[in-house]
Design a binder for this molecule. Sequence first.
Ligand SMILES: Cc1cc2nc3c(=O)[nH]c(=O)nc-3n(C[C@H](O)[C@H](O)[C@H](O)COP(=O)(O)O)c2cc1C
Length: 335
Amino acid sequence: MTPDLRTGYLGLTLKNPVVISACPLTERIDTLQKLEEHGAAAAVFPSLFEEQIEREEMELHGLYETGAETYGESLSYFPDMVDYNAGSTNYLRMLELAVQSVGIPIIGSLNGVSRGGWVRFARSIEDAGAAALELNVYGIFPDPARTAADVEAELVDLVTAVRERISIPLAVKLPPFFTAFANLATRLADAGADGLVLFNRFVHADIDLDTLRVAPNLVLSEPFESRLPLMWVALLRGRVSASLAATSGVHAPADVVKLLLSGADVTMTASAIYRRGPEHVRTLVSGLSAWMTENEYDSVEQMKGSLSHAHAPDPGVFERVGYMRTLASFSRWMP
Ligand SMILES: Cc1cc2nc3c(=O)[nH]c(=O)nc-3n(C[C@H](O)[C@H](O)[C@H](O)COP(=O)(O)O)c2cc1C
């Protein structure tokens, strides 16, 4: 019997748990159609950024010169961002076109960290036909005067504001670096997040020793990076009411299998598709199906969370015990 690959995510029923993560691949209609053809169950559109929307607003009202200080340097990158996602007006048109061009659900994405007029775009994304909205709260907070509590309260407030504007499901994509992540996850779910997407992958700046300049550059992920979402998905499964999506390091069918066992409702992938092309989706989906048959799982629903913290035979491995044990296992290792 062929295993049932369907999975529930954000209240949607997806045909399998392989979703294309937010990235420019999903806004190219020909690529999107190929991703669908090879079995992708849904796709997240690249993000539209708070700063872009605010800048357009200022231009519209002739406030750009006076208001430019507000967003400081980030605004000087605006032309680059238009290359990235065509700017806010075109974004909605392209999203609408994508929704019409494929049968799979398309999830819109907004990227921002503070409550503001830009949040109204959540509604525009819904109106463009998105099946759900992913809110990416990629933030770096270098001001020593701002406490963790301040930052978290603002995020919760932002999620509340976005939730109020839409009736489609809302997922929140988060970075992993919070002190009490489980507590924040619960509060975000209480504020109306139907799903949590774990995790944002930071694009770190590097120093170019030839030019002595600091510049960010994107490095595609490696499979070991799925360990971080695996741990947090396992810890949160059953503890938060929200759906869980795992992103970072999903490269092979084994990564999909492990993340589902730990408790993910879906796995999301971008780097592996950049490296191997849209046909790699088929490898992921058929590899998952083959593993399930071999291991006598009838359905993805049955698999989900069977090795989460609550169900693992040895739950301590997800916590401090695992850390100590791992270090101890290296005690006799010599270079
Ligand atoms: C070229 C590229 C562009 C991306 N753009 C976005 C984006 O606009 N919004 C977002 O939430 N994530 C973005 N991401 C992050 C991915 O959605 C994903 O979370 C991350 O790459 C980890 O998954 P991976 O290991 O499969 O690459 C981007 C990733 C790549 C490689």
